[in-house]
Design a protein around this ligand. Structure first.
Ligand code: GAP
Length: 532
């Protein structure tokens, strides 16, 4: 899909992320490194909250899912068994002039006139380049610019004063064979394996090659028998993991949407093959229906995941769904539903929920020689479990949450001046800071003392931000931009100036900007009710 060249909303979000310390370019002092991003103080809190909440929802609040934390580098046979060594690739093309690399399926289609050149001959030396070459120009452009590009192409091959022989032209529509930036012909597409390679141990030989994992899922399959032996679980049950994954993407882009180092939150939910499930007796326990076949479990997990997104503020109105067609499915998948978010640069995948059959466990059984079979007491049958896999990207979700939260509102300040309020309306559950604590005045020790007491009361249970500098309105704005859902101000009434208001504070709601008075004693239960 082609994207708008610049996207004002996206630019504002990227700039806010840097300005407020959500996300920085990795290694920025050295000019950055493409496809790698760091999370600053607010970003680190946001990311932690998202991962913790996923973990809580997946394991701690369920009886039928357990966790795993595996290594990033694993035995290279894992990737042979999974098919990644042979098939985990994207089609790559290079510009014949600049050598710039593109993903073949992401080159923007172009209309125009192709100028064909059959070879350059050096006017001075008579040396000839046998290579044919072509350049695509938009209709109406001066053909001389095509000749100029071609001369550069031949010059790079040692033909300095190329005379271009046999030039002819052809009109085309929607061609993806040319570099959109300079019109030069691209190479034929060839597969590029996305796994990062490294060597284990001091000898850099083929025998010591290992890969940084391109997904967290395979460790779960490889450890299936060990977990089954200790977890006191019966199928259906799941194993989940959160962790880094690495892909040497040809074109990382759209900020943190497609990067080379990212994090995944994956669940492998093991189920009975349909024939074994059909023989089971329905024990009737909610969420663990032994008779369900893969289609019911697949639907169940799609619905569970959508409800989860809703619970952190991504409603169905900002999500979309894509049921992959047969020809789009990965080699292992029977069905895949992508949950998409409506990003400013287009509606794109957040999470894939795949029905993977028993492909992975069967492959590991074959490659390792270790049995992956499960004995089902109830139906007295032996089988390799099938699996449903909800697989989400942490960083993509962070980007979706930032895009969803970003708002610019026109408001009127205390002096009647109009101003733009930038506010991140994060759901309190995932907001990086839950509450700002503000003594009305910095130079009144009693106010400061009380404010610090309130801070200490809350900060064991949530992230708080204590701020005593600047006008109170400015302090609110700073927290609006950080996405802090609540602000607590300690004023003279808190100290008892109006006796009936002693030990109460004002609680400001970020979204409505309304303030109410609340007893200090009620703050903790109120806030905990909002953030859990
Ligand atoms: N185990 C299945 C699997 O890895 P995937 O669709 O390739 O499936 C799952 O990846 C999720 O990981 C995606 O939906 C996306 O959120 C995230 N993801 C994949 N590649 C990514 C990249 N280069 N940058 C950021 N997130 C990525």
């Amino acid at each position: 899909m082609s994207e708008p060249k610049s996207n004002e909303r996206m630019e504002k979000i990227v700039s806010l992320c840097k300005r407020r310390g959500f996300i920085f370019q990795s290694s920025e002092i050295y000019g950055g490194i493409n496809g790698f991003w760091d999370y600053g103080p607010l970003g680190a809190e946001l990311k932690r909250n998202v991962k913790d909440y996923w973990w809580r929802s997946m394991t701690q609040r369920r009886d039928d899912v357990v966790g795993l934390e595996a290594t990033i580098i694993m035995h290279p046979k894992i990737w042979e068994a999974s098919g990644h060594t042979s098939t985990f690739s994207d089609p790559m093309v290079d510009c014949l002039l600049t050598k710039k690399r593109f993903r073949a399926d992401q080159v923007d289609p172009q209309d125009g006139i192709i100028y064909f050149f059959t070879g350059g001959r050096d006017a001075a030396t008579g040396k000839e380049s046998p290579e044919s070459y072509s350049v695509l120009l938009a209709a109406g452009k001066n053909p001389e610019s095509a000749r100029k590009v071609a001369r550069q192409f031949y010059a790079a091959r040692g033909v300095e004063n190329a005379e271009l022989q046999g030039e002819r032209t052809e009109a085309v529509q929607g061609s993806t064979r040319y570099n959109p930036e300079n019109g030069s012909l691209l190479t034929e597409p060839r597969p590029f394996n996305l796994m990062f390679k490294t060597y284990v141990g001091p000898v850099e030989s083929e025998d010591n090659v290992a890969y940084l994992r391109p997904e967290t899922a395979q460790a779960i399959f490889a450890q299936f028998s060990n977990v089954l032996a200790v977890a006191r679980q019966k199928i259906p049950f799941g194993i989940c993991q959160i962790g880094k994954a690495f892909r040497n993407e040809i074109n990382p882009r759209n900020f943190i949407f497609r990067s080379r180092e990212f994090e995944q939150m994956e669940l492998e939910f093991f189920i009975k093959p349909d024939d074994a499930a059909a023989k089971s007796v329905n024990a009737g326990e909610p969420g663990t229906e032994p008779t369900w076949g893969w289609e019911q479990w697949h639907k169940y997990w799609v619905e569970e995941r959508v409800k989860w997104y809703e619970s952190i503020g991504l409603g169905r109105d900002v999500l979309d769904f894509h049921w992959q067609a047969k020809e789009e499915l990965a080699h292992y998948a029977r069905a895949t539903v992508d949950i998409l978010y409506k990003f400013p640069f287009g509606t794109q995948e957040l999470e894939g929920i795949a029905a993977r059959g028993n492909f992975d466990l069967s492959q590991h059984q074959k490659f390792s020689g270790k049995s992956m079979e499960y004995f089902d007491e109830e139906t007295k049958s032996r089988f390799i479990p099938h699996v449903i896999e909800p697989s989400a990207g942490v960083d993509r979700l962070i980007l979706a949450l930032l895009c969803n939260a970003f708002n610019e509102e026109e408001v009127t300040d205390e002096k009647g001046n109009k101003e733009t309020r930038v506010v991140l309306k994060f759901h309190p559950r995932i907001a990086p800071v839950k509450v700002g604590i503000f003594p009305l005045l910095k130079n009144k020790p009693e106010l400061v003392k009380k404010a610090l007491q309130v801070r200490d009361l809350l900060r064991d249970s949530m992230t708080v931000y204590y701020d005593d500098t600047g006008a109170i309105g400015r302090r609110y704005r700073r927290q609006d931009e950080a996405g802090t859902p609540y602000g607590v101000t300690i004023d003279f009434d808190t100290l008892g100036e109006t006796p009936s208001l002693a030990d109460t504070v004002t609680l400001r709601d970020r979204d409505t900007m309304k303030q109410e008075r609340m007893a200090i004693a009620d703050l903790l239960p109120f806030l905990l009710g909002k953030i859990r």
